[in-house]
Design a protein around this ligand. Structure first.
Ligand SMILES: Cc1ncc(COP(=O)(O)O)c(C=O)c1O
Length: 437
């Protein structure tokens, strides 16, 4: 076969949350027992169970013959109507025609960035970020992703000065991306910050893409305003809100997410973008049908609220325990979580060094890790993560994989606090051992 691969472009496709699993699998094959998988944000894999009433609803949808067929490209009308109605109850002017389904939000993200049609229309991403956004957008643009910083010292809130400087420097930027509550940091954004971002969108004639996958997952006494509400306070701008059934039901294996387009009629370019997304989806025929049929029945069920509350309470308990413990480690700081199920722990300046190690008894695994860590360009948090995996059997995703500073991301999804204590006590000892080596 002739060489058809554009390596520069494919190098832009990065998703370490799963790519590093290949390394874990290799270590497993060499005989290492990887017993703590702290990398993947899948509530089901970590032991959360769909309640019986929800399974009953899904069984009923499985009995409907129509759910075995294709569905309309943009999604089932009932599901789109339900979503628009929910937003209308909050006085948000979403039309059912402007809700567009995909097979998971990851799919919608891909379709949206594909529809931006290259480097002429770019998105600026928060850093740290959820890498599916930056990597997919960069891949379609054929150029490195553009970031604005959110600093741990400022509770991971976006730096508006940095954002404005980048917007001025890169006139090709046409959208600002926000993610809240945030993956990987677990923080909410204040109204003041959101208003600042909206101000920049208005000033520079930009749109906003607001990934609100985790908006329902707010810890006790936390508040988080959605971007559509902020947008309505003053002159409207093009806005795409992203949501998913993966995390707040949670049903990640169902693969259903959607885009909500606000203010389509007011901007020709924006309407064309929406039409391009739909065209792209038409080529793929339709998205997952059955889960869309179940959507109004699950979110609209009176038992859903209590189910969600129980889920959030578990997440918060875990989150508090882990952030408190991590902050007792010399060399680590961790901003407490406010929602979602992540925390970002940061190594303090200068504590990571290129020669630090942990003992690896298995000779072949040791050789493998030494070969991986011999790369002088390897970020030092990845080095730590590799040693942790091979020495202690614990898999943490490095924070540089999310375009953050040296650190690691934690998922707070376990159902049993005793199990969490076991894993994080071990992590604490391992960090102390590694930093002191
Ligand atoms: C911020 C964010 N957006 C989108 C997604 C993708 O979700 P889905 O399972 O719907 O593809 C995730 C998944 O982890 C996420 O964290």
């Amino acid at each position: 076969m002739k060489n058809l691969i554009n390596r520069e472009r494919t190098a832009l496709l990065k998703y370490d949350i799963r790519a590093l699993v290949v390394i874990a699998e290799k270590l497993k094959a060499l005989g290492i027992n990887i017993w703590a998988w702290e990398n993947i944000g899948d509530p089901i894999k970590q032991g959360h169970i769909a309640p019986a009433w929800m399974k009953e609803i899904i069984k009923k949808t499985a009995e409907k013959n129509s759910n075995y067929g294709y569905s309309p490209t943009e999604g089932l009308l009932e599901a789109r109507e339900f979503i628009a109605r929910e937003e209308n109850i909050k006085s948000l002017p979403l039309k059912k025609e402007d809700v567009v389904f995909a097979s998971g939000l990851g799919h919608a993200i891909n379709m949206l960035y594909q529809s931006l049609l290259g480097g002429g229309r770019r998105v600026i991403h928060p850093a740290p970020t959820y890498p599916a956004h930056s990597s997919s957008e960069a891949f379609f643009a054929g150029a490195a992703p553009l970031f604005y910083s959110c600093r741990a010292e400022n509770n991971w809130q976006p730096d508006l000065n940095d954002l404005e400087e980048k917007i001025i420097k890169h006139p090709e930027i046409s959208f600002i991306l926000t993610i809240f509550p945030n993956n990987p940091t677990g923080v909410c954004y204040s109204d003041e910050i959101l208003r600042g971002i909206a101000r920049l969108a208005r000033r520079y004639d930009l749109g906003i893409i607001s990934d609100e996958t985790y908006l329902r997952l707010l810890y006790k006494n936390q508040t988080q305003t959605g971007m559509a509400k902020i947008m309505l306070e003053e002159k409207p701008f093009p806005l795409i809100v992203m949501r998913s059934m993966s995390k707040d039901i949670p049903w990640p294996g169902g693969r259903s997410g959607w885009l909500e387009f606000y203010n389509l009629g007011q901007d020709k370019n924006f309407s064309e973008l929406e039409e391009t997304v739909k065209q792209g989806l038409r080529v793929q025929v339709c998205s997952t049908t059955m889960i869309q049929d179940a959507l109004p029945l699950i979110y609209g069920d009176p038992r859903y609220r209590e189910h969600l509350q129980n889920f959030i309470e578990k997440l918060e308990e875990q989150s508090q325990y882990i952030s408190t413990l991590l902050n007792t480690i010399k060399g680590i700081s961790c901003v407490p979580g406010q929602g979602a199920f992540y925390l970002a722990a940061v190594f303090k300046d200068g504590v990571l060094k290129p020669r630090q190690t942990l003992p690896i008894a298995n000779a072949e695994a040791k050789k493998y890790i030494e070969s991986l860590t011999s790369d002088p360009d390897l970020p030092l948090d990845k080095r730590f993560a590799f040693y942790l995996m091979a020495s202690k059997g614990i898999f943490l995703t490095p924070l540089t994989s999310f375009e953050g500073p040296l650190g690691f991301r934690v998922t707070t999804l376990k159902t049993d606090l005793e199990e969490t204590k076991k894993v994080y006590d071990e992590i604490k000892f391992a960090i102390e051992e590694y930093l002191g080596s």
